[in-house]
Structures are given as C-alpha cells and as structure tokens.
Design a protein around this ligand. Structure first.
Ligand SMILES: [Zn+2]
Length: 69
C-alpha cells in the first residue's frame, strides 16, 4: 500500500468508536480519543469522517466511515 492510500482509510464507525481500528502505518489501535478534527459538513449522519493522529507513530490521516459514505 502506498503512503498516499494510507492517508485515507475507510472503517466501520462502530469499530472506530470501540477502538477496533488500527493505524495504517504502525498498527496501533486508534479511536475517538485521537481525533483532531471531525468532518461534519456532509449529511445524513455526521461526522462522516475524521482526522486522526496516531498516538504511537504520530502519523496523521483521514478516517472515513463506511456506513455514512
Ligand atoms: Zn501509527
């Protein structure tokens, strides 16, 4: 996987909220605590995506919620 494709990952919202999403760079488990910005501008059920910074490797990437795409 290229670095660019790892900058935007698609996950199930419930997995993310329950810390079952892994950082695409280092495999650390991430969740709502590590959100730096929510993207609320697209209906119907915001947030549809969030910016996340990994607590271990410090990489920043977008998490897109598959159930609101
Ligand atoms: Zn990481």
């Amino acid at each position: 996987m290229s670095v660019d494709s790892r900058r935007r990952i698609t996950v199930d919202r419930r997995d993310f909220i329950n810390y079952r999403t892994k950082c695409p760079f280092c495999g650390e488990t991430v969740g709502p605590r590590f959100v730096t910005r929510e993207h609320l501008d697209v209906p119907p059920a915001p947030p549809y995506a969030a910016s996340v910074r990994c607590p271990r490797c410090r990489e920043a990437y977008e998490v897109v919620f598959s159930d609101s795409a």
